[in-house]
Design a protein around this ligand. Structure first.
Ligand SMILES: Nc1ncnc2c1ncn2[C@@H]1O[C@H](COP(=O)(O)OP(=O)(O)O)[C@@H](O)[C@H]1O
Ligand SMILES: [Mg+2]
Length: 515
C-alpha cells in the first residue's frame, strides 16, 4: 500500500489468519508498514531478519504464547514496544515482557491509539506520526533538478495524483490514477473531472471547485468515486489549490487514496462483532428459556400419565410434547452455536453437526419442497473444534439451500470414511454436500473462496467459503467443488476432507499474509 521507507514497520503475529489479515489492512491504512507471521517461531525469525519498530502479537497461538514470544523479543531488542492481544479479557500470565495488553474486543481504534502512543514514546523524532507523504522531508532542493524529481515522485506514487483547472478540466494524471480509476492518460486529459462522480453526488464536484476558488484546500475527505468499469470506489481525497507566480489560483491538485478494501474489511469486522453479540444474546435467551421449558415438559409428563385424561386429550398432550421437544432442540442448538473466543479441539461427530444444522432449516427444506437425501457411513468422528466445523457445514448447507430456492429440489449429504487425495496415507472423513440448483458459472470459480465474493447482494456476506477454507486447512483438511450450469444437469457439489487428527496446523495457509 502506501507506506514508504520512513513509515514505522510493525510485526503482527497471530495464528488466526482472518484476524491477522484485517489487522494488517487497518494498520496499513494508517500508513504503517506491516509484516506478518502466523506462528511465534516465524514471528521471532522475522523479527531477527527485519527492522521492526513495534510488535503486535496474539496471546494464544497453538502451543506457543504471545507472552513467551514477547520475552524472547525483549531479550533480543529490549527497546522495541510489544502489544499482546487476546481473545479473552483475562490478563495472561507472564505479561511483564510486554508493554501493553489489549483484549481483542476493545476494537481497532484502541489498538491504533496504543500503536501511535508506543511509537511516539520510542521514536519521538521519527515518522511515528504517519501522515500524508508531502508532510515528510522526502527530498531537499539540493538533491537534483526539482522539476524532474517531483515528476518522478508523482509518477511513482501509490496514490492517484492529478490536476485540474478551476472549471474541473483534468490537466495531468499519474500512473496510480490510471490503475485506480481505469482511465489512461489519453482518455482523461481535457475531460471534466465529473467523469469520476457517481450519479448520486451531483453537487459534490461543484462544491469542491467553489471551495478551491475561494483559496481553500480540502484535507482527508472520504467520499465515493466511479471507475471506468462502473465499480464504486471509496477514496480519501486531499485537494489543494495551485497558484501561479503572482499567487493567483489557477487550478488544483488532487491526491486520492483507494480505501475500498480497507472499508470492506472494517464492515466485515463490524458485522462479525455484531454476530458475536447476537450469538451471546441468543445463548443468554436460550438459557433463560430452558428453565420454564423444563417445568412445562414436566407438567406435560404428569398430565400424560394422569388417569383422568380421555384419549383425545392425551393425543393433544402428546402433540404438545412433540412441539416442545423441537423448542428444546432449538435452544440446545442456539447454545451450541455460541462459542467462547477460546478454541477447543475435541472428538466431533460430523453427522451430528449436519443433523443439527438440518434441524434448524427443517422448515425451509419443507417450504421449498426440497428432497433431502442423507447417507452416513463409518464413524464420522474427527478431532476438531466443534464450533468452527459447525460454521463450515452450516454454510455449505445454507449455500445449497439458497441455490435451491431459485431452481432445483435435491439436497444430498454424504458422510463417509476416506483418505486424503493429496496423501492417501492420511485417513479421515469426507463430507459431500450437493445440490441440483443452477450451479456456478465458470468465470466465477476463481473468486469463490475470495473474501467478500457474493452473488446474494445484501443477504450475503461473501465470507462463508473464505472462512470455511481457512478453518478446514487449519485442521489439515481440504475443500473442493464441482459445478455445472448446463440446463438439465446443473448443480454444485462441495467435498470436504478432514483428517481424523488435525496434525497439520497452518501447513496450507489460505491467504498470503507475509511480504
Ligand atoms: N451451492 C451453491 N450453488 C450456487 N452458488 C454457490 C453455491 N455455494 C456457493 N455459491 C456461490 O458462492 C458465493 C460465495 O459463498 P459464501 O462464501 O458462502 O458467501 P455468501 O453465502 O454470503 O454469498 C455465493 O454468493 C454464491 O454465488
Ligand atoms: Mg454462504
Amino acid at each position: 500500500m502506501t507506506a514508504d521507507s520512513l513509515s514505522p514497520t510493525i510485526l503482527c503475529v497471530d495464528d488466526e489468519a482472518p484476524g491477522l489479515y484485517f489487522r494488517k489492512l487497518i494498520l496499513e491504512r494508517q500508513g504503517y508498514r506491516v509484516v506478518t507471521a502466523t506462528s511465534a517461531d516465524d514471528g521471532i525469525e522475522l523479527f531477527k531478519t527485519s527492522d521492526i519498530d513495534l510488535v503486535v502479537t496474539d496471546h494464544l497461538m497453538g502451543r506457543a504464547t504471545g507472552t513467551k514470544m514477547a520475552a524472547e523479543i525483549r531479550r533480543l531488542k529490549p527497546d522495541i514496544p510489544i502489544i499482546v492481544l487476546s481473545g479473552t479479557t483475562n490478563i495472561p500470565e507472564g505479561l511483564e515482557s510486554a508493554d501493553f495488553f489489549l483484549p481483542k474486543t476493545e476494537g481497532p481504534e484502541k489498538l491504533l491509539e496504543k500503536v501511535r502512543e508506543l511509537l511516539a514514546l520510542n521514536r519521538p523524532n521519527s515518522a511515528a506520526q504517519v501522515g500524508p507523504a508531502q508532510e515528510q522531508p522526502l527530498f531537499s532542493l539540493e538533491t537534483g533538478p526539482l522539476q524532474s524529481l517531483l515528476a518522478a515522485i508523482v509518477e511513482g506514487s501509490d496514490d492517484a495524483i492529478f490536476s485540474k483547472t478551476l472549471d474541473g478540466i483534468i490537466t495531468s494524471w499519474n500512473k496510480a490514477a490510471e490503475r485506480m480509476y481505469g482511465y489512461s492518460v489519453g482518455e482523461v486529459i481535457g475531460k471534466p473531472v465529473s467523469l469520476l462522480m457517481p450519479s448520486d453526488r451531483p453537487n459534490e464536484m461543484n462544491d469542491i471547485l467553489e471551495t478551491l476558488r475561494r483559496g481553500h484546500g480540502i484535507k482527508h475527505f472520504e467520499t465515493r468515486r466511479r471507475a471506468k468499469d462502473g465499480r464504486e470506489l471509496t477514496v480519501i481525497l486531499t485537494v489543494s489549490p495551485i497558484r501561479d507566480d503572482l499567487g493567483k489560483i489557477v487550478g488544483a491538485s488532487t491526491t486520492a487514496r483507494d480505501i475500498t478494501q480497507a472499508k470492506m474489511a472494517e464492515q466485515a469486522i463490524r458485522s462479525s462483532e455484531k454476530l458475536a453479540i447476537a450469538g451471546r444474546m441468543a445463548a443468554t435467551v436460550a438459557h433463560e428459556i430452558n428453565n420454564p421449558l423444563e417445568a412445562v415438559t414436566n407438567i406435560l409428563y404428569l398430565l400424560e400419565n394422569s388417569a383422568q385424561l380421555d384419549d383425545t386429550a392425551r393425543e393433544f398432550v402428546r402433540a404438545a410434547q412433540t412441539e416442545l421437544k423441537r423448542i428444546s432442540q432449538i435452544t440446545k442448538l442456539t447454545l451450541g452455536f455460541h462459542r467462547g473466543s477460546e478454541r477447543r479441539e475435541t472428538p466431533v461427530k460430523i453427522m451430528d453437526l449436519i443433523d443439527d444444522a438440518l434441524t434448524l432449516y427443517e422448515r425451509k427444506v419443507m417450504t421449498l419442497g426440497i428432497a433431502l437425501n442423507k447417507r452416513y457411513h463409518g464413524t464420522g468422528v474427527v478431532h476438531a473444534d466443534p464450533g468452527e466445523l459447525r460454521q463450515v457445514f452450516s454454510n455449505l448447507i445454507v449455500n445449497a439451500m439458497d441455490a435451491l430456492a431459485r431452481t432445483g429440489n435435491q439436497l444430498f449429504v454424504h458422510v463417509f470414511d476416506s483418505r486424503d487425495w493429496r496423501d492417501p496415507s492420511v485417513k479421515g472423513v469426507r463430507t459431500v454436500v450437493s445440490d441440483n440448483g443452477g450451479g456456478i458459472a465458470r468465470e466465477h470459480h476463481a473468486r469463490l473462496f475470495k473474501p467478500f465474493y457474493t452473488t446474494k447482494g445484501e443477504k450475503g456476506t461473501g465470507v462463508g467459503l473464505w472462512v470455511s477454507r481457512g478453518i478446514i486447512e487449519k485442521h489439515g483438511g481440504s475443500i473442493r467443488f464441482r459445478s455445472s450450469t448446463k440446463p438439465g444437469v446443473s448443480g454444485t457439489s462441495f467435498s470436504v476432507f478432514l483428517p481424523y487428527v488435525s496434525q497439520t496446523r497452518n501447513k496450507f495457509p489460505f491467504c498470503k499474509l507475509g511480504r
